[in-house]
Design a protein around this ligand. Structure first.
Ligand code: COA
Length: 261
């Protein structure tokens, strides 16, 4: 039987997991794998029972980025088909970045090219000490186009210029300094344990509040701080505190009990 290139699981507590599963080619992703990921993300977005998403990968490496055999084949297509295909990768990044639910990625081994994009699109990223990162595209005569909006937001324009141009490999500790990674684990077991603790912590937060705060960051960043933005932020807090979820959260705090969500 053919092994799924992406494994989807959902636990009763609301944690969904997407596992990249093409370890034989280092979880490099082709059009099929991208389509599968898109389908899962669309379903996760719609699900009323999924509260958070964990993105991980089977094998020694998180992912070698785009499947270079597929890239080479696509280049032979007619321009319109070539463009349509490239749009799918851009769509995957967009959907992951905009997913309303919190996203956590855990990274072991290599995260190259598009895999850095996947990490940049997630809200929290943990990596093993031994993990390595590389925006290797220019070594191949390519550019990290589809992932650039997210990587630039994650590490900033100044650092993106260096790492996009140099295509140098960088360590987990550098990724931490750059802001791409939030926490480093000494080994794979610790990585799993840190992510599992964080996921459980996230489940204690108001699920709708986490969605609203994620939207807040995405929409407020890069905007001018002017009267319009100030009014917008005031409206958001006014709206959220009138929701049943916030009323429950505040009541639970004042009554010294756990919130019922
Ligand atoms: N696309 C397609 N196949 C890939 C791939 C990719 N991005 N990355 C690795 N593979 C394949 C290799 O061709 C090899 O196939 P083979 O067994 O048929 O020869 C297999 O995966 C194992 O690769 P290998 O390089 O031997 O694994 P490694 O564990 O020594 O190194 C990496 C892992 C990720 C460091 C290395 O494979 C690599 O640098 N890959 C290219 C990553 C890249 O530049 N991605 C950017 C894409 S834009």
């Amino acid at each position: 039987m053919c092994q799924a290139n992406v494994i989807f699981t959902q636990a009763a507590n609301g944690i969904a997991t997407l596992t990249l599963n093409r370890p034989e080619i280092r979880n490099a992703f082709d059009d099929q794998m991208i389509a599968t990921l898109i389908t899962h993300l669309e379903q996760i977005e719609q699900s009323s029972t999924i509260k958070v998403l964990l993105l991980k990968a089977n094998g020694k490496h998180f992912s070698a980025g785009a499947d270079l055999k597929w890239m080479a084949q696509m280049a032979e297509n007619q321009p319109a088909q070539n463009f349509a295909d490239a749009q799918q990768l851009a769509k995957l990044m967009y959907l992951l970045n905009r997913l309303s639910k919190p996203t956590v990625a855990i990274i072991q081994g290599a995260a190259f090219g598009g895999a850095v994009g996947l990490a940049a699109c997630c809200d929290m990223v943990f990596a093993t000490e031994q993990a390595s990162f590389c925006l290797s595209e220019v070594k191949l005569g390519l550019i990290p186009a589809a992932i650039s909006p997210y990587v630039i937001r994650a590490i900033g324009e100044r650092q993106a210029r260096r790492y996009f141009i140099s295509a140098e490999m960088f360590s987990a500790s550098t990724a931490l300094d750059l802001g791409l990674v939030h926490q480093i684990a000494p080994n794979q077991d610790a990585l799993e344990s840190i992510s599992s603790d964080w996921l459980k912590n996230l489940l204690n937060n108001g699920p709708l509040a986490m969605q609203a705060v994620k939207k807040l960051v995405l929409e407020v960043s890069l905007q001018n701080i002017d009267d319009r933005l100030i009014a917008d932020t005031a409206q958001r807090i006014a709206d959220i505190r009138a929701t049943p979820e916030a009323k429950e959260g505040l009541a639970a705090f004042l009554q010294k009990r756990t919130a019922a969500w």
